[in-house]
Design a protein around this ligand. Structure first.
Ligand SMILES: Cc1cc2nc3c(=O)[nH]c(=O)nc-3n(C[C@H](O)[C@H](O)[C@H](O)COP(=O)(O)OP(=O)(O)OC[C@H]3O[C@@H](n4cnc5c(N)ncnc54)[C@H](O)[C@@H]3O)c2cc1C
Ligand SMILES: NC(=O)c1ccc[n+]([C@@H]2O[C@H](COP(=O)([O-])OP(=O)(O)OC[C@H]3O[C@@H](n4cnc5c(N)ncnc54)[C@H](OP(=O)(O)O)[C@@H]3O)[C@@H](O)[C@H]2O)c1
Length: 443
């Protein structure tokens, strides 16, 4: 019997498990599956942890989620085609749910089956090599502190790529009297109430961590961008300036001459694709981009078609894209999809990479990833979902953010699965301090 290893039980690993479950329900014979996760439960980043640094077994904490995180895109854009929000919550819910609500949704469809018994928790995959047409996989049972080995026909890497922080150094950091941290370790914005905060970066973490600090009462928030500013209309108390030059004492000095007293510096400088457990010939090496090279259809490792990677792209689309990738990977593993010859594989990858390199603005990037996801969708029996509506929603969402970064999360969108419209939330995001599932769902 074919045997597959799924490394990671976050949203991507769960999509993989779900895809096999659906095939089995249709009467197909599925492979033997072993899923590994180094955390104590499933859900990946959405399985919030208060921990930072290392866990109780000495492993680095993979989790980068923070307490008051709300979805930064409309939930309708990430909806599962086979399990709508309406089905899970029994009623339409607002379009920008907090972390706890999304976590509940992600787990809803997998909890219904017997999938959990396929996952080995507290188990870190430490080594994967390909020898004699098989993958040799070593893993550490963290509780027992034992290294074990097994062999597999296929390996699916679904370990995420927002867990290992990229931490640059700026002059003056060693003598800075305040707190310096990466967004990976950011948990609770309350910590920065009344403080002058410097945020470095110009992507989603910088935007949202800065907004969180402002929302929870920071005295000032100064964002230092390196290449391009985000350029939103920031509220009073927030500003965006050009690139940190150095820290002198407790002062941050920027390259545009701007100076700001600082109590804390939060590095929102992104993450590394880091796969220390994979042998060199199997290892994806890339920065955070929309089409990492060497992955056929963004999934199949060019040099070994029995190795799949899920969710390694920079992400506009998330959960339903992960599903399309998982359904595709499943059909490759089950022999329903044949990978073409090397020349065709190469030219397909090159085509997408060349298109990606020409992208100039968010609308084009949204179009690119929508086209990619649509193509994958057309290759499997993943249920129908309106990707044209999702494309439209993403563009509208981008424009809402430009209009007002403080209110974009109060807008409503329609479902690409059921058509229902997300009701307006009872409390605007800016004043919603209690974002528990109970309060959020309370009408
Ligand atoms: C702060 C933050 C906020 C985000 N907010 C949103 C949002 O609002 N909406 C959205 O759609 N997306 C958001 N994302 C994007 C996020 O990438 C996806 O939502 C999703 O979590 C990706 O799923 P994944 O399975 O690829 O990775 P992860 O969620 O990271 O899960 C990977 C799993 O693999 C396990 N693992 C890793 N290495 C090993 C190993 N060697 N052995 C065993 N197990 C291993 C980890 O323990 C983890 O459970 C956010 C990301 C971050 C960092
Ligand atoms: N739900 C939410 O609200 C939420 C919140 C946070 C994060 N997220 C998700 O988390 C994921 C990761 O986002 P991310 O922003 O952490 O990573 P990212 O998108 O990869 O962005 C990394 C940022 O770091 C900057 N950077 C890198 N090195 C730097 C340096 N030396 N000095 C200054 N800036 C530097 C980059 O700027 P350059 O452009 O100059 O290279 C870029 O802006 C995304 O999928 C996002 O959607 C979601």
């Amino acid at each position: 019997m074919t045997k597959i290893a799924i490394i990671g039980a976050g949203p991507c690993g769960l999509s993989m498990l779900r895809s096999f479950e659906q095939a089995e329900k249709k009467g197909e014979k599925i492979p033997e599956i072993v899923c590994f996760d180094k955390q104590d439960d499933w859900g990946g980043l959405w399985n919030y942890s208060w921990r930072t640094g290392s866990d109780q077994y000495g492993d680095p904490v993979p989790n980068s989620m923070y307490r008051y995180l709300w979805s930064n895109g409309p939930k309708e854009c990430l909806e599962f085609a086979d399990y709508s929000f309406d089905e899970h919550f029994g009623q339409p819910i607002p379009s920008f749910p907090p972390r706890e609500v999304l976590y509940d949704y992600i787990l809803g469809r997998v909890k219904k089956g017997n999938l959990k018994n396929k996952v080995k928790f507290n188990t870190t995959v430490t080594n994967v090599t390909y020898i004699d047409n098989k993958f040799s996989v070593s893993y550490r049972d963290k509780k027992e502190n034992k290294i074990l080995n097994d062999t597999f026909d296929y390996v699916v890497v679904s370990t995420g790529h927002f867990s290992v922080p990229f931490i640059p150094e700026y002059p003056g950091m060693k003598s800075f009297p305040g707190r310096i941290m990466h967004s990976h370790d950011f948990r609770d914005a309350e910590e920065f109430r009344g403080k002058n905060v410097i945020v470095l970066g110009s992507s989603y973490s910088a935007e949202d961590v800065a907004l969180q600090c402002h929302k929870y009462g920071a005295k000032s928030v100064t964002i230092g961008y390196r290449h391009n500013p985000m350029g939103f209309k920031w509220p009073n108390g927030m500003k965006e300036v050009y690139h940190l030059d150095k820290l002198v004492g407790n002062k941050a000095i920027f390259k545009d001459g701007h100076e700001q007293e600082a109590d804390a510096v939060i590095l929102c400088t992104g993450y590394l694709h880091h796969f220390p457990f994979l042998s060199e010939d199997l290892k994806l090496k890339t920065h955070n981009r929309l089409y990492p090279p060497k992955l056929y259809k963004g999934v199949v490792w060019e040099n070994n078609h029995k190795l799949m990677y899920l969710g390694m792209q920079d992400q506009f689309h998330t959960f339903n894209m992960f599903d399309c990738q998982a359904w595709y990977a499943r059909d490759v593993i089950m022999g329903k999809i044949k990978i073409p010859n090397e020349t065709e594989v190469q030219s397909d990858i090159n085509k997408w990479v060349a298109m990606e390199e020409k992208l100039e603005n968010p609308d084009q990037m949204i179009d690119f990833q929508t086209e990619y996801t649509k193509e994958l969708h057309s290759l499997s029996d993943y249920p129908k979902i309106d990707f044209e509506l999702i494309r439209k929603h993403f563009k509208e969402w981008e424009h809402h953010k430009v209009e007002d970064i403080m209110t974009y999360r109060n807008k409503s969108f329609s479902s690409p699965v059921t058509g229902s419209i997300g009701p307006v939330h009872h409390t605007p995001w800016e004043t919603a301090m209690d974002d528990s599932l109970k309060t959020f769902l309370n009408k």
